[in-house]
Structures are given as structure tokens and as C-alpha cells.
Design a protein around this ligand. Structure first.
Ligand SMILES: Cc1ncc(COP(=O)(O)O)c(C=O)c1O
Length: 310
């Protein structure tokens, strides 16, 4: 928290924190994977760049830490918790003022948490696939929220949709954009497979997922065709395969949309190919792994001393 390693019970914010009241914060979701060469963070540089870009989009003019310091702090937080695989959550939020809705009257605080997080959609979901519905909520219009930024307040839209879907008995929600085209899910980008082609919505109005980019690269490496094209809702219904990508969800198949079975009702062959390539990549077993995996650095003496003091 703001440069100090503290136990979870001390990682708290005062009640009068504007970030809490108004969603004035930006965050990242990053994963560290257990590889044969030890724990390694997947695409850390890209995530830290997106975090800083989100902070700029939100309106922060100056951050207390630069990209290198934020990355080093992420390494330190993982090592201090002695985790081989984990989810990583850095947050930059407005504190010390800003209750008048002017970001310039407060200051950014930074916290980083890590925790073990296996299958985001529940045990066995990566193999079985999930069931989704098209949400009654529309994705943000890009001039209502800054949709390319990972802004805390944007996630009200996601949790309204996710809670509704789960209460209806689904695992997740597909959100349509304000024009009625498929945008993305609550925390995942979406892909459709039709007659051997992988189709995904263009980047306008969605969060440009780092896993999405990984999937596109790995699929093209494997000789598959990937196109970015607007997707109408009924294209989901008669798709051969539908799958999602996201740091938390990883690459997961969809077996049902709005009570329509997708393909044979189990994970399709193209989804499997992409899922397997992704698994190999994050485990350090793919030719792309070295460019995307950053081995976690052990704690230096100063950090060890910080833990002892904490
Ligand atoms: C709304 C939304 N779309 C897509 C994604 C997938 O992005 P990434 O692959 O970078 O985790 C996320 C998760 O960060 C998200 O919250």
C-alpha cells in the first residue's frame, strides 16, 4: 500500500476516500503462472502500460510511481507472499480529497494485492465450458464511459449484468453495444467460430484485452483465420463455437447462449486448439512464452527487511 508491504488486515482505506464513493480508480488484473523455471508474470509490461494509460484517461496528471517502480512492486508483492501462481490486482485510486468530484483536488494512492485464483468460472469450467445469456443491460457507450480504460466505475455495468445472469442461472453475460452489436462479456472478450473462421468484435467500445491479443496471435500462429468484424446477436446462436478470453477467465468455451446449444454442446476443436496453445504459452512451453513471461524476481534484502518490519 503506497510503497509499504503490509498484512491484508492493514490494507484498508479511510471511509472518506473519493475512489470508494465515486469509482474514481483504475486497476489491472494480471496473472502469475507456475512454470518449470519458477513463477512468471504473463505480459506484465503490457498490463502496467495499460494501467498507466487508464490512469491518464481517468484524469490523473501525475502518478506517485513510474512504470518500472510499479512493476518492481508487483514482483515484490508476489515474492513476499511466496506464491508460485496467483492473480495480481494493482489499483490506483483517488484519495486525500476529490469528494467534490474534481480529480485534481485529491491524490492517487496505489495498492497491489495478490491471491491464488484457479478457475474463475468454477472448478471444471475450463473443460466443460459455460452457459451465458445476452444481458438486459447494454455495454457503455464510448462517450459515456471511457471503455478502453480499466476504470473501477465502469464495472458497475459489469456487475449489474453478471449478477442478473447468475441469478437467472447462467455463468456469465454477453453485453451488446449501444448499436445492438455484440461487444464483450462482463470481464472477457468474445470470439465466434463460423465455418472455420474466428470472428471477434472490433476494438471500438470494448476493453482491448491482452488475452484477446494473445489469442489472435496464437491462433494466427497456428494457421487459423481471425477477423475483427461486428457480430450480430443471432450470429451467436448458429455459431459452430463461441469462446471467451480474459486474464481471470483465461480461454474458456461457451456451450450455450440464451438456451441455444452451441455446436455439439461441448468445447469445439478450434476453441481447444486455442485453449491448449494458451495453456502452453503461460506454462512456458510455447515458442511465444519467452517474449511474454517475466520470471518473478526474488526479494532483495531491503524488501525482506520491510516484511520483517510489517
Ligand atoms: C470488460 C472486460 N473485457 C475484457 C477483459 C479481458 O481483458 P484482459 O485479457 O486484458 O484481461 C476484461 C478483463 O480485464 C474486462 O474487464
Amino acid at each position: 500500500m503506497n510503497g509499504r508491504l503490509v498484512p491484508e488486515s492493514e490494507a484498508v482505506v479511510p471511509f472518506l476516500t473519493a475512489g470508494l464513493h465515486y469509482g474514481m480508480g483504475v486497476f489491472e488484473g494480471i496473472r502469475c503462472y507456475d512454470t518449470a523455471d519458477g513463477p512468471a508474470v504473463f505480459r506484465l509490461r503490457d498490463h502496467v502500460l495499460r494501467l498507466v494509460a487508464s490512469a491518464k484517461t481517468l484524469g490523473f496528471r501525475e502518478l506517485p510511481y513510474d512504470e518500472a517502480t510499479l512493476s518492481a512492486a508487483i514482483h515484490e508483492t508476489i515474492s513476499a507472499n511466496a506464491l508460485r501462481a496467483c492473480y495480481i490486482r494493482p489499483v490506483i485510486f483517488l484519495a486525500e480529497g476529490g469528494m467534490n468530484l474534481n480529480i485534481d483536488t485529491g491524490r492517487p494512492h496505489v495498492g497491489i494485492a495478490v491471491w491464488p485464483w484457479k478457475e474463475f468460472h468454477g472448478e471444471g469450467s475450463l473443460d466443460a465450458g459455460i452457459r451465458v445469456n445476452v444481458s438486459s443491460y447494454t455495454r457503455h457507450h464510448p462517450n459515456i464511459m471511457m471503455t478502453r480504460a480499466k476504470i473501477s466505475g465502469n464495472y458497475v455495468n459489469s456487475f449489474l449484468a453478471k449478477t442478473e445472469s447468475v441469478r437467472l442461472g447462467f455463468d456469465d453475460a454477453v453485453l451488446l453495444d449501444p448499436d445492438g452489436y455484440v461487444a464483450e462479456c462482463t470481464g472477457e472478450n468474445l470470439f465466434v467460430v463460423t465455418r472455420g473462421r474466428i470472428i471477434t468484435p472490433p476494438v471500438a467500445g470494448i476493453l482491448e484485452g491482452i488475452t484477446r491479443d494473445t489469442v489472435i496471435t496464437l491462433a494466427r500462429d497456428a494457421g487459423l483465420t481471425v477477423v475483427e468484424e461486428r457480430i450480430v446477436r443471432d450470429r451467436l446462436y448458429d455459431a459452430d463455437e463461441v469462446f471467451l478470453s480474459g486474464t481471470a477467465a483465461e480461454v474458456i468455451g461457451v456451450r450455450e447462449v440464451d438456451f441455444r446449444t452451441i455446436g455439439s454442446g461441448s468445447i469445439g476443436p478450434i476453441t481447444r486448439t486455442v485453449q491448449q496453445a494458451f495453456r502452453q504459452t503461460v506454462r512456458g512451453e510455447h515458442h511465444r512464452s519467452p517474449e511474454w513471461l517475466e520470471p518473478v524476481l526474488p526479494l532483495d534484502d531491503e524488501a525482506e527487511a520491510k516484511i520483517l518490519r510489517a
